[in-house]
Design a protein around this ligand. Sequence first.
Ligand code: SOE
Length: 386
Amino acid sequence: MNEVRVGMVGYKFMGKAHSHAYRDLPMFFPNAPRPVQKVICGRNEADVKTAAVQLGWEEAVTDWRELVVRSDIDLVDINAPSDAHKEIAIAAAKAGKHLFCEKPLALTLADAKEMLAAAEAAGVKHMVGFNYRFAPAVQLAKKLIDDGRLGRIYHFRAAFLQDWILDPDFPLVWRLDRNVAGSGAHGDLGAHLIDMGRFLVGEMTEVVGMSETFIKERPLPSSMTGLSAKGSANKVKGPVTVDDATLFMARFGCGALGSFEATRFAGGHRCTNSFEINGSLGSVKFDFERMNELQVYFTGDDPDVQGFRRVLATDPAHAYSEAWWPPGHTIGYEHTFIHETLELLEALQENRQPVPNFHDGVLCQAVLEAVERSIDEKRWVRLDEM
Ligand code: SOE
């Protein structure tokens, strides 16, 4: 397989990130199959045509049903708002297309399971977009844990902090509508933390959570606006139907204790996606806003140099780094999508499932939903109840 012909649904934030990955990947990873940006799909004809030109797609269409059955498409990439994921993924799987779907996989666990079942029945490959796994510094944390260099893991302490809806006049965009987004900070940001916890420490066995919607009503938006919308003067308001912040604690199967905080109300934090892991032999700390760095501590260091050290994950010893720039020449957010796409393309070439795939999407959704149940029922919820 030398080429993978892509049809992509959605052209906003994630559409741009994915398009950029398809475009730049062959320059740095020439041995991977080449993604061909065949056709992009969006509801607004004029906007999707403009996006096609700007993002480098051969063709633009407005009906995803037409896109998923085309014989010149191998892979359907779903970047539309979360409520559209299920229908598109199932139709694309039935048409025999490989799937690449943004997170959270679906609005509910039941929907996510249906998507996985459809993909398995069709025998297609499937990937879910947890891009932060693919930062070289995160891969280094994974390697240290897998190699036993942190010893027995005691703690996973994670926080994804943003502040883009702190202004009470920030409009009621789709991410604040439960019917479209499934949940708020929980599914949008908490999903990344859950995936990170699963990736690095393993499966969770039980959770207990709490959440809050601080601003209950917001001005209706004038049009579909995104994260960078400005406060609106619209006097007509609508209810916010998702959480502004969700926190939970978890027990991992390996015995570690986890704490997770996802909020859009952490003033001053634009995209602090962070974790700290403490083990019997050492600790690691990561903050996406300094994504090239991993803070590393080993209990066995000489007493006079005990403490965290900053490792810049840009050396040939670090995942993906050899393909980029000389050591110390850092990479950014967009590179996580390139590495994620590389995993997908290599998996297609090697005829194996990429990782993370819809199984990971389902397991993440189970944790999301267990936390929601715990909040509703004010109790610890075991994952095997889900
Ligand atoms: C908005 O909160 C957002 O773009 C998320 O949707 C992404 O998944 C996260 O990576 C950054 O923040």
